[in-house]
Design a protein around this ligand. Structure first.
Ligand code: ZN
Length: 90
């Protein structure tokens, strides 16, 4: 998959990285549909928060759950029911 990867202060490139895999019962794989830059990203970009190695940027995102495990499924179902309820309360 493609990802915005921070390499050094002032250097971010669009790289091909490994596809994610489920490693824990709490994991999900999300197809990101929207993302944004956060203040902490800007601190890394400017060199204010040193990074020891390249890092995929973008931790403020939303998307569609593509893969999940059983335990996460129950948590997501509760969250989705709550979200749907709030949406219809308008
Ligand atoms: Zn953030």
């Amino acid at each position: 998959m493609k990802a915005a990867v921070f390499h050094a202060p002032g250097t971010i490139t669009c790289d091909t990285v490994d596809d994610p895999v489920i490693q824990d019962a709490n994991d999900i794989i999300l197809r990101v549909t929207s993302t944004a830059i956060c203040g902490s990203d800007l601190h890394m970009y400017s060199g204010g928060i040193p990074q020891a190695r390249p890092m995929v940027m973008g931790h403020e995102f939303m998307g569609i759950v593509e893969e999940r495990e059983g335990k996460t499924s129950m948590m997501l179902q509760k969250a989705m029911k709550s979200s749907i309820k709030k949406k219809t309360d308008v």
